[in-house]
Write a protein that binds this ligand. Sequence first.
Ligand code: AMP
Ligand code: ZN
Length: 136
Amino acid sequence: MRDDNCIFCKIANGDIPARTIYEDDDFRIIMDAAPATRGHSLILPKNHYANLFEMPEELAAKVLPLAKKVGADMIEKLGSDGMNLVQNNGEVAGQTVHHFHLHLIPRYADGCKTDVTWSHADLSDAELDDICNLLQ
Ligand code: AMP
Ligand code: ZN
């Protein structure tokens, strides 16, 4: 279940070296090569899934507990004050590497500032009601 043309498949399976902070049978966690902040890391599954919606539920269900465990450890060791978890699906959502990954981005009250933000869509109450009905 690897894609020979996928750089994260190669990294996750140890074919290309990366700074690994955690590894188990299903996942490797590496430091991001162009970090947004000190400690910015990526949870990569060892098998290839282009995005969250391609992942089997049992594997997807392991990601958040892993982020909690490793993220808490990172916060303690790095002395960060908070952490963003970011997960992009699809080019339009900002995904540049099409192998599922969850960003762990430690945040610091002082220094190492970055933007993890979005602007607000201008939607009327009627539009919000329509969307809500559609999604229920
Ligand atoms: P995304 O925009 O969500 O697809 O994020 C892709 C992330 O992968 C970016 O933060 C990149 O800096 C990071 N990245 C790309 N190539 C590598 C690599 N070879 N090793 C580590 N991180 C990488
Ligand atoms: Zn891959």
